[in-house]
Design a protein around this ligand. Structure first.
Ligand SMILES: [Ca+2]
Ligand SMILES: [Ca+2]
Length: 221
């Protein structure tokens, strides 16, 4: 090795050692750990981790929000509901407390009325509360109207086979009387809202208007 080259080599060697030992001019260049205290570095690292976590959470929340939009474009936030608002009732059906109601001017026997409702994926109205009774009375507009209650099997039951709750009935006084005075055989096995807005049992084959009911369709059904 030439002398100059030897000197250069030694110089580089010294510089290299000095970097390791921190004893030369270069070693005096402060490192990051010297510029910023370790505790601060740890704090910064901690904050960075927190930022990453917050970023991930933000992505999850954004994704969840986009999923809260309902199929019909309605939004759970707009509707202030925890779930999507139900579908609107079909045309000519009236919405009331989560159910849809339809009244027809076509007069039918109780069985005919029952079948007609079923063909529309509904059932003859089952009156389960005072509110529903009052609604049905108003909906019937003072015309005698079949409801989905019958004792043709010997016991008063709704069309879904639920036994009648006798603590919640709206019979006219003296009804049901299973009146046989009409002389047409048998008594009276089908219930209706009569002219006086009270329930009466009547011959099932007589034609009256009727109310169909169905649950308002929900997104999860
Ligand atoms: Ca009902
Ligand atoms: Ca009667």
């Amino acid at each position: 090795m030439m002398a100059n080259e030897h000197d250069k080599f030694n110089l580089l060697q010294e510089e290299s050692n000095s970097v390791e030992t921190g004893n030369t001019t270069r070693s005096n260049v402060p490192r990051m750990s010297q510029l910023v205290p370790t505790s601060t570095l740890r704090l910064l690292c901690g904050l960075s981790s927190l930022c990453v976590v917050l970023l991930i959470l933000n992505i999850i929340v954004t994704f969840t929000k986009s999923n809260s939009e309902c199929p019909n474009g309605a939004n759970t936030e707009m509707a202030s509901l925890p779930v999507c608002p139900p579908f609107p009732c079909p045309e000519k059906w009236f919405e009331f407390t989560g159910h849809c109601y339809y009244i027809t001017n076509t007069l039918k026997s109780w069985d005919g009325a029952k079948t007609t409702c079923e063909k529309m994926n509904s059932h003859l109205i089952m009156i389960n509360s005072l509110e529903e009774q009052e609604f049905a009375v108003e909906f019937a507009v003072q015309k005698t109207t079949w409801i989905g209650l019958s004792d043709a099997d010997g016991e008063w039951k709704w069309v879904d086979k639920t036994p009648l709750d006798w603590n919640q009935t709206y019979w006219r006084e003296g009804q049901p009387d299973d009146w046989t005075g009409h002389g047409k055989g048998g008594g009276e096995d089908c219930a209706q809202i009569a002219y006086d807005q009270k329930w009466n049992d009547e011959q099932c084959n007589k034609p009256y208007q009727f109310i169909c009911e169905k649950e308002q369709r929900n997104w999860r059904k």
